[in-house]
Ligand binder design. Sequence first.
Ligand SMILES: C[S@@+](CC[C@H](N)C(=O)[O-])C[C@H]1O[C@@H](n2cnc3c(N)ncnc32)[C@H](O)[C@@H]1O
Length: 274
Amino acid sequence: MLSYRHGYHAGGFADLLKHAVLSLIIDYLKHKPAPIRYIDTHAGAGIYNIGGEMAAKTGEFAQGVGSLEFDDFPVQLKVYGDLIESYLFQERYPGSPLIAADLLRPQDELKLFELHSTEAPRLQELFAKDRRVRVSPTNGFLGLPPLLPVQHARALVLIDPPYEIAADYTDAVTSLKAAYLRMHNGVFALWYPVIDGAPHLPMLNSIKAFVDSKLWHFELAVRDESVRGKMSSTGMLVINPPWTLATDLTEAFKAITQQLPFDSVKFSAECVRD
Ligand SMILES: C[S@@+](CC[C@H](N)C(=O)[O-])C[C@H]1O[C@@H](n2cnc3c(N)ncnc32)[C@H](O)[C@@H]1O
């Protein structure tokens, strides 16, 4: 049984990096009219109450998006900033599928996977009237590869597992590899945490071994060292990123790192393969 609930973490510093990356990629892909197929293998509930008990219990929202100054938001992230601000007025924070649905166009489509017995029905309800969206309450690692390749269209895949079980690290590699081999030119984004013992490193190395196109890692570190049970950094691996992504993120996070309430905040962009 799954215990992870994203409501405790919504709008934290990990969502900030992940959703900034997602918004920038979608914004870039929309420069061409061809349809986009967006696949979210671990979609969550889609929208979160940031004024409720879950957010208060961890304080992660307050230390993440809740600490940002929207009057002085980096221009590179305007699309993300404007979208988020419109939800914050209602004490809500949008998850990845809602951000994607809001930014995508009528000709695009969204395939969302969510396994949790509470989150999946909420996600289905949220998108019940959106004909572009298909929600599947099944395993996203297994559901991803058969959805590729996409003919006459572009594909954007977000893989965002909770890593509450060790198998998530290996399942992410297996699923991503199968998907990438079916569609080399898709854009693939994988979220990973940097925690004690660095279990993300073997995963990143395995991915590097089969990817032969552009590959970048983006990390936002909020502590110099791992505190037991806490993330020291949050990371996004992106295969085939838009060429503007690294520059835009680097510029935008110069300002954002100043606003986050941690003693030491660093953003890094590493080109693994060009
Ligand atoms: C980190 S949360 C997703 C957050 C969301 N992507 C966002 O950015 O707003 C991970 C979600 O994956 C779900 N989950 C865990 N294992 C899964 C699997 N194998 N397939 C589909 N969903 C899964 C969990 O129930 C949880 O809601």
